[in-house]
Structures are given as C-alpha cells and as structure tokens.
Design a protein around this ligand. Structure first.
Ligand code: WT7
Length: 575
C-alpha cells in the first residue's frame, strides 16, 4: 500500500511540499528557522502579532483570514479587520485594568469574538485561558478558581452557568458579555458597547519569548485538571509545524475542526496557521456529516485537519452523502488526538483519493511532535517520525533506551520551543513529567527500524473519548456528589466509534436501589456539572470497589474485570 498511497497523494498535492524531511532532519537547529517569525527589537516578540498583524504590512492585509459560518449566518474577516478588532479588544481589557500575566478566560462557542478576544488578550500580554463551551458549572469553577482569573468573556446563555458559582470566585472582577441582552449587573460589561468605545490603535505588548501567552486545563490520572501554561515563543514551533506537517501554503484554505478550548484549536486553529498567512475556516455548529461536507465544498477547503472519531463517524454515515459534494479542492488531510485506525486511512484513500496523515502531540508539548509528512511513505497505523529538532525515544521505567520494536514509554528530550513552561502554581506536578534526561509523555509506544513510531496506549488511567482527554478522578469526584452515590470508580472501555467510552462503577448509599431511572439521573448530573463530553455512557452498580489497603481505587482491576483480562498483581488489594 505504501508506494501506491504516496504516488496517489502526490498527484493531488498540487503544490511542492514545504519539507524535504530526510534532508532537513539531518542537521536541523531551531536557530535556523528563527527568521520565519518576526521579533521586535531586543529579541522581544508577540505571538498574536505574528499570527495576524505582521500580515497587515504586506499584500495579505486584505486577504481573508477567517471564513466563519454558523447554521444560519456567515461572515468573513480579513487580516486587517482581525488586527483592528483585536486591537480594540486589547484596549477594552486595558481599560478594565488588565495587566501583563493577568489571567483572562474565554467561555464562548466558536463565534468570531472568541478569536478576536483570544488575540486581544495576547496583545496586552495577559494569559488567555480557553474553556470548551460544553463545560458545566463545576468544570468552569475549577478552572477560574485555580487560575484566579480576573476577567471572563462569555455570552448570556453560558453566563447562567457562571452565575451559579460566581460567589466562589473572589478574583473574578469582570464578566464581559458578548451579544444582546447584557444584564445590568455589578461587574458585568457589554462586549459590543466596550468595543464601540475602544480605539483601533493599540501598542502591542513586546513580550519576552518566555512570557506566558495561553493556558489550557487538561486531565491526568490523579486530582483535578491542571493548567498547562505556554509561552509566546511557542509560536515558532506552531508556525513551522503548520508549514511542514500540515503543508500550509499561501493559497491554502484550511479547516481545523478542533475547538480552541483544546490545544489543537489554538496551535493550528489560530496561531500556527495564521502565522503562515493561510485562510482559516471556522464552523460554529456541531458535527453533522452533510454539513461538514458542505463546508469543505463551499469554502474550497484544501487542507483539512481533523480527528479519528469524526472520520469514523463520516465513514459510518455512508458514502452516498459524500458523493453529493464536490470535494476536489482537498489536497492534504491530517488527523490527531487518538489512534487513527488503518481502515480510516484506507477509506479516505478510496473515497477522497487522499490518505489522512496521522500526527501526535499533547497539550503539554504545545505543537506537533511526531508526524507523517507529504513526501514520506505512510505506514497506516503509525504516527510517523519525530519532527526535525525533536528527539523521541522509547525507554523503560528507569529511562533506559529500549531496542527497536520493543514497547515502552514514549519520551522526548526536553528543550523544544513549544514545551509547556509551567503547570499553573504546581511545580511538583510539572517536575513529575521529567525523569533523568527525558520528558515522559505518559504514552506507551514502540519504534520500528525505519524510525516510525507506533502508538500502543496510555501508561496511566487517562481516558480518551472521541479524542477528548478525561481524567477519571474528576468524573469520580462529581459522581460522589450525587446524593445516591457512596463511591465511584471510572475507567475507559474500548469503543469502535469513539476510541473509548467512559464507564462508571458505583456503590450506592444505603437506602438507594439500582434502577435505569437512577442511571439516567446520574448521567445528567455529571453532564450538567462537569462537561457534556465527560459523563459516563455506561454505569454498573456494584457492592464494593477494588481498593488498595490505603484506600486508593484500583482502576486497572475494574478494567481487567470489565474486559475479562488477567487482573495482575493483587497483593495490595483490599476489597
Ligand atoms: C494525548 C494528548 C495534541 C492534540 C490533541 C490531543 C493521545 C494524541 C495521538 C495519535 C494516538 C494520540 C495520546 C496523547 N494522542 N495524538 N496520533 N495517536 N494517540 O491533546 O488532549 O493533550 O491529548 O492524546 O494519548 O498523550 P491532548
């Protein structure tokens, strides 16, 4: 299949690929590409300036940067318009007293103001925190409280969730509300009114490359989600990987389907892609096969960056729908976030004439680390090879490198430009990622003789459902807040469509009887509090949970029992 796929996809590529991997990888140094981005005097820079404003000095000023579409509306914004609007928003923040390093959070659907406010936050030198709009009150509270956010941008509908928990957020000074019907309340201002008053000129903060730009909360095995903090300098790697891996060219229209509440939606749905001067498409609505194909057709999308669950859902929707659309503008496809099964690559080759190119990275790594490139033969099922400048290895638990083909921990040599700079106020957690000379990803993989990396699975209890990362502890914490639940253990179980689905094992409090009605009530409870994507699809009521003598839930035992696998070492079990 290899040579054939390369041949086929090369014909459709139409443009000369940006990266000659074998040539560049040999002697690459990060300093070689510093000229790709623009620095101010004394080595200062600003990621938002690089994404948008630098293009305004060129012919691209009137080029469309953003094609935005919802289910009943559409709008276009040029680089120049985005520059002015984000300047205005930066002034709005400045007038509210926002200073460098203040945390300013966004809780919005994928509407233009989300993109404008993100850029504006970076322009004042504050730290932008994004939240996926499916978060419920407790998910929102955890993030705003941990980061001690000063300002939140939201809309009237989502604000209702914030109102429930606002009394627990003493640091939150101002809520900026987008849209009409802005309530006249203390500490609430109207986005539209403030934007109308604000000047279009703004002196962009000349930040140090190491100054923080954005933060994202992401889940691990233990505790609540952690604030992963990135620096302005990460734009260097986001830019070059958008160019090398997504093969962005001047003439491309790119659709990155990820929400900016997740790292892909920031690194490639905003920063790295605009930095390359490409036009981006944003669709505000939910997943729907016909709508998705119509977006690809309408905007002549050439580069499409999506995720395996979405691809599998398109496959499941059948090819009759697909055939109704002219998708001939597509020239290059990429996928990220969870294992891309070979069948999905096969499907895209057969139906679209193009393979999906898998790539791998994490919220913590800030940009793509391992990838399949346009000129490189794809081995379906493999994530590809490390990007130039990044050294990846497979090691045992002590950090010793393992021979070719052996499964072990996927580790990376620290020092790449877009690496997280901090876990917000949690040095201990940050330090726990590093052992010896390696950064541990928490994933298990192997590497073949050609240097291709093959994903095996997580080394911890983190769940990946529909590409989204969910921490079992967070779900368990919400579950035990339900009045009927005494104890909860949460695991991911394999699912053909979503990769994994969340399953909860619950011990009920005395006086409660298991029932289907109770299951539904508990699911709704989690959905409305934590997040729409993080509720357990499946619930089992059990008498006791397997625990260690110190009281820790043994999720691996729950998983083994669920899947009918050996339970492993049970010497610490106390049931
Ligand atoms: C975890 C990171 C980075 C963008 C979105 C995810 C899993 C990521 C792949 C892939 C198999 C993958 C890993 C990783 N993952 N890409 N190509 N094949 N697994 O960011 O939410 O921080 O999740 O997603 O387990 O550690 P994230």
């Amino acid at each position: 299949m290899k040579e054939e796929i390369v041949q086929k996809s090369m014909e459709k590529l139409r443009l000369k690929p940006n990266l000659d991997y074998d040539k560049v990888v040999k002697s690459f140094k990060w300093d070689d590409i510093k000229s790709e981005i623009e620095f101010f005097e004394k080595g200062k820079l600003n990621a938002a300036y690089n994404a948008v404003d630098r293009h305004v000095k060129t012919w691209r000023k009137n080029k469309v940067a953003l094609y935005w579409e919802s289910d009943n509306d559409s709008k276009k914004f040029t680089f120049s318009e985005l520059s002015i609007l984000s300047n205005k928003f930066a002034n709005v923040l400045k007038n509210l007293g926002v200073k460098k390093e203040d945390r300013v959070f966004i809780l919005l659907p994928r509407i233009p103001s989300l993109y404008i406010s993100f850029l504006g936050i970076l322009k004042v030198g504050a730290i932008a925190g994004t939240m996926f709009s499916a978060f419920g009150p407790s998910g929102i509270k955890d993030r705003l409280a941990d980061s001690t956010a000063k300002v939140l941008i939201t809309d009237p509908e989502l604000k209702k969730r914030v109102d429930e928990i606002r009394f627990e957020l003493p640091s939150l000074e101002t809520i900026i509300v987008v849209g009409d019907n802005v309530p006249k309340e203390k500490g609430v201002v109207s986005y539209n009114e403030e934007m109308n008053k604000a000047s279009r000129n703004f002196d962009i903060e000349k930040t140090d490359p190491e100054d923080f730009s954005f933060m994202l909360y992401t889940s691990g095995t233990t505790g609540k989600s952690k604030g992963i903090v990135h620096a302005h300098y990460s734009i260097l790697q986001q830019h070059i990987t958008a160019k090398w891996v997504l093969d962005l060219h001047e003439e491309d229209v790119m659709w990155c389907t990820a929400d900016p509440g997740w790292v892909t939606g920031i690194a490639y749905g905003i920063l790295g892609s605009w930095s390359n001067g490409a036009s981006l498409v944003v669709y505000e609505g939910r997943f729907d096969p016909a709508k998705w194909y119509s977006i690809l057709e309408k905007y002549n999308v050439s580069i499409w960056y999506s995720a395996p669950t979405a691809i599998r859902m398109l496959m499941a929707a059948g090819n009759d729908i697909l055939k109704k659309y002219d998708l001939s503008s597509l020239r290059y496809l990429c996928s990220v976030g969870e294992p891309l099964n070979p069948e999905a690559v096969k499907w895209s080759v057969e139906e679209l004439g193009l393979p999906f190119h898998d790539n791998y990275w994490q919220t913590e790594t800030g940009s793509i680390m391992v990838a399949n490139y346009p000129l490189m033969p794809i081995k379906p099922g493999s994530m590809g090879k490390p990007i130039p400048g990044v050294r990846v290895a497979i090691v045992d638990d002590a950090g010793k490198e393992l021979p070719i083909g052996k499964e072990g921990n996927l580790v990376i040599q620290p020092g790449w430009p877009s690496m997280m700079r901090q876990i917000w106020q949690n040095k201990e957690k940050y330090d726990s990622y590093f052992k010896g000379k390696w950064y541990f990803t928490g994933d298990r993989s192997s590497m073949d003789k050609d240097g291709y990396v093959w994903f095996v699975g997580r080394a911890d209890d983190v769940i990946k459902t529909a590409g989204e990362r969910v921490g079992p502890f967070e779900v368990e914490s919400v579950l035990i807040e339900h009045p009927a639940v005494a104890e909860a253990g949460v695991i991911g179980v394999p699912d053909e469509l979503r990769g994994e689905v969340i399953k909860a094992f619950l011990v009920l409090k005395p006086g409660n009887e298991p029932s289907e009605g109770l299951k539904e009530d508990i699911k709704k409870f989690v959905k409305t509090r934590l997040a729409g994507h993080a509720y357990p699809k499946d619930i089992d009521f059990i008498k006791t949970l397997p625990k260690t003598r110190s009281g820790k839930i043994m999720r691996r035992v729950l998983k083994a029992r669920e899947l009918g696998l050996p339970e492993g070492d049970l010497t610490t079990l106390e049931e």
